[in-house]
Ligand binder design. Structure first.
Ligand SMILES: C[S@@+](CC[C@H](N)C(=O)[O-])C[C@H]1O[C@@H](n2cnc3c(N)ncnc32)[C@H](O)[C@@H]1O
Length: 205
């Protein structure tokens, strides 16, 4: 497959529909298209973790990471989310992006899903609304995937590193990024929220 240019991928992902009624409790923020592209192209072009692989997107929401993986040549992608509305939008997004044949959407709690894959991509809840949600996502991702790309608030870096080590993984790459979230909830006072996150690539042994 010829390389899909970053710019084209970013345009494709930024055209996808967002959630019509995001839930505060589920921390339904959509990943910014530029950050999704950064993670996806690192996974695809530097580490060869996408093309020809089975990829799971845990807490896929409206599907940016899952659809991006399919556009970059993943063999088969599964997007999982606990919210039916998000999955309905994701399904429509996949159809419009022309990748429906390689993506399935599963309505479930990631805590109970049993399967395995090569690559997990996830932008999990940070656990600010439901304490410990980030930990459950990380644990399940490391159980399911051989390689995990995961995003966490920078202040949890120490916890993430200890957790990965205690669960038999190793961090092979990490980069800092700014997460930008537009005002989506009534309690948001600012037009845009920006905070620092770390993106980790974890190898599971
Ligand atoms: C921060 S959003 C990320 C959405 C999407 N991956 C993105 O990056 O645009 C977290 C997602 O996790 C989902 N979620 C939260 N708890 C979940 C659980 N226990 N099982 C499955 N999905 C869950 C939410 O519904 C939400 O769509």
């Amino acid at each position: 497959m010829s390389r899909l240019k970053r710019r084209h991928l970013e345009i494709a992902l930024s055209r996808l529909r967002g959630h019509p009624s995001p839930s505060i409790l589920l921390e339904q923020y959509t990943i910014p298209a530029d950050l999704a592209v950064k993670i996806l192209t690192l996974a695809a072009y530097k580490y060869d973790d996408i093309a020809g692989k089975v990829v799971f997107d845990l807490g896929c929401g409206t599907g940016r990471l899952a659809i991006g993986a399919a556009l970059l040549g993943a063999d088969y992608v599964v997007g999982l989310d606990i919210d039916r509305v998000a999955l309905d939008v994701a399904k429509l997004n996949a159809y419009e992006a022309g990748v429906s044949d390689r993506v399935d959407w599963v309505l479930c709690d990631i805590a109970v899903f049993q399967s395995s894959c090569h690559t997990v991509l996830q932008n999990p809840p940070f656990g600010t609304r439901l304490r410990g949600a980030d930990r459950v996502f990380l644990e399940r991702a490391m159980e399911m995937g051989r390689v995990v790309y995961t995003i966490h608030k920078s202040e949890t870096d120490g916890f993430i590193r200890r957790f990965v080590e205690d669960h038999g993984g190793s961090i092979s790459a990490v980069f800092k990024a700014m997460m930008t979230i537009p005002r989506v909830f009534p309690f948001h006072e600012k037009r845009v929220y920006r905070f620092e996150v770390y993106v980790y690539r974890i190898e599971v042994v």
